[in-house]
Design a binder for this molecule. Structure first.
Ligand code: ADP
Ligand code: GLC
Length: 475
């Protein structure tokens, strides 16, 4: 099959969270199964400054945004046999960050228009167009509007973001007739929603776990009423759990950690990495036998960070330590700084983004905290399990589908999961984990081995996408 991806991020060119990992891991796995994959990405300042220096210039054209013509270049780079095309446009993408600007909907409308034009000019003729989240959700409609024939899949990684703008701007952002708004296809809560337009125009929709697909379909009010829209398409709605890319994340082959290990050698391996964390953050090396918790996350209400904060006194009183790596909401960041001053022997934080540090923390920690309010899939807990750091998670979305809970199945457990609505479940699980750690419990040893032996590779998960693409082509 010839598959075109369009997305707002992909490792190693751009990443703010799991989307970047998924686009890269899935496209590499598809190519290994001998499919042709073309990935369209914006050419951000960070892409330009960092990893991309060997690209080829392939085209240059203008895109009409209303009565303004905006120029862009198309650059190309082939990595692991995946062809990446970048849309370079100074006005929209040469900025310090990726998102969070007042004109994001205009930026990504432009991106989708530019991708459409490139697909037509290069005569790519894809069998499948697979788009991700609101930023690219509208591309299949734009292509169909231009007369192209293909099958399309929209994957919703995060339903919270729906890409709204004033319908007045429809013609100047997207070059689509007013009819698409008045007929209701693009209209959501009296604005244009790019996500809704995608949901109503693609052949199928997926999200990144089965449990989250059910959650989206069973709650009509959540996410601004997205359940109503999705229920109209419930027979075309799928849930496919994410994999991780073992060439990026494997404790037995990782240049970011101080000692590599596998499930047979994890004790020495994890201890050496834990020591490196203690040295880096200034914890007392005489306290290496304390349980070390970590959390690596965007700091937003989605991730339940306030539940972690609430537990800092408990961690302190039980002699545990926590290193948190994250960035996001400035109120959460300030609260964390305050707690850090109050509990210097318990809590250390790194507010920012660091790929290297994240690997060291997965490797050197004993437990990984992810008490999310909602979680379409979650990669943090999957990576943590692979590195033998036991996840303590709320039983929502993909956390439910990936962690085998100690409370449900002691022999096969890979972590602890508590009911998402149960505020005490998290506190209790932390207490139990600490108790089992100090008790040198054999069960804990068994859980670590179970977690490390699970197969979360894309080479396994990719088959579900291939089956879905084939199913769409057979329609
Ligand atoms: P989400 O996509 O909702 O942010 P996921 O758990 O799916 O959550 O994916 C998060 C990804 O981003 C993981 O690869 C995690 O290691 C990484 N990550 C999150 N925050 C940071 C950070 N501050 N520094 C480095 N990596 C981070
Ligand atoms: C989103 C979700 C996360 C998921 C990731 C990749 O950011 O919040 O749960 O793992 O996308 O699919």
């Amino acid at each position: 099959m010839k598959i075109v991806f369009a997305a707002s991020e992909s490792v190693p060119f751009s990443k703010t969270g799991g989307l970047g990992d998924v686009v890269s891991g899935l496209s590499k796995a598809l190519v290994k199964k001998r499919h042709k994959v073309y990935v369209f990405l914006p050419f951000y300042l960070k892409t330009k400054r960092g990893v991309l220096d060997n690209y080829e210039f392939v085209d240059s054209f203008g895109v009409a945004m209303g009565n303004q013509m905006i120029g862009c270049n198309i650059l190309k780079d082939v990595r692991d046999d995946v062809t990446f095309y970048f849309i370079e446009c100074g006005e929209f993408f040469e900025r310090d960050g990726y998102y969070g600007y007042g004109d994001d909907e205009r930026r990504f409308s432009f991106f989708c228009q530019a991708v459409r034009k490139a697909i037509l000019r290069f005569n790519l003729q894809p069998d499948i167009v697979h788009v991700h989240d609101w930023q690219t959700a509208i591309l299949p409609l734009l292509l169909a509007d231009a007369g192209l024939k293909f099958r399309s899949l929209l994957t919703i990684h995060n339903p919270l973001f729906q890409g709204y703008f004033n319908p007045y701007n429809l013609g100047s952002y997207l070059d689509l007739q007013e009819y698409y708004y008045s007929s209701g296809l693009l209209r959501f809560n009296d604005q244009v929603s790019l996500l809704k337009g995608g949901i109503c125009s693609v052949d199928a929709i997926s999200t990144v776990s089965r449990t989250h697909a059910n959650e989206l379909l069973s709650d009509f009010k959540a996410f601004n009423g997205l359940g109503y829209i999705l229920n109209n398409r419930r027979f075309d709605m799928f849930g496919i759990v994410n994999g991780i890319d073992y060439t990026n994340f494997s404790p037995d082959n990782d240049s970011h950690i101080v000692k590599e290990y596998d499930y047979k050698t994890y004790k020495e391996g994890k201890l050496a990495n834990k020591k490196a964390i203690y040295e880096k953050f200034g914890f007392n090396l005489n306290e290496l036998d304390c349980p070390l918790f970590t959390a690596i996350s965007r700091l937003t209400s989605q991730k339940g960070v306030e539940r972690i904060v609430r537990n800092i006194p408990q961690l302190a009183s039980q002699g545990a330590k926590l290193v948190l790596l994250g960035q996001g909401d400035s109120n959460i960041e300030q609260t964390l700084k305050d707690y850090c001053n109050q509990y210097p022997n318990t809590l250390k934080i790194y507010l920012g983004y660091s790929e290297e540090l994240s690997h060291l923390l997965y490797a050197g920690s004993d437990f990984f905290l992810m008490p999310s309010r909602f979680e379409p899939c979650g990669l943090g807990q999957i990576i943590a399990m692979h590195y033998g750091s036991l996840p303590i998670v709320s039983k929502v979305g993909g956390l439910n589908d990936t962690v085998i809970s100690y409370y449900d199945n002691k022999a096969n457990a890979t972590g602890y999961s508590f009911d998402g609505w149960d505020e005490n479940g998290f506190d209790y699980s932390i207490g139990l984990a600490i108790q089992m750690y100090y008790g040198h419990s054999e069960e804990l040893d068994n859980m670590i081995k179970n977690a490390m032996k699970e197969d979360f590779s894309w080479s396994k998960q990719v088959n579900e996408y291939i089956d879905l693409y084939k199913n769409l082509l057979a329609r």
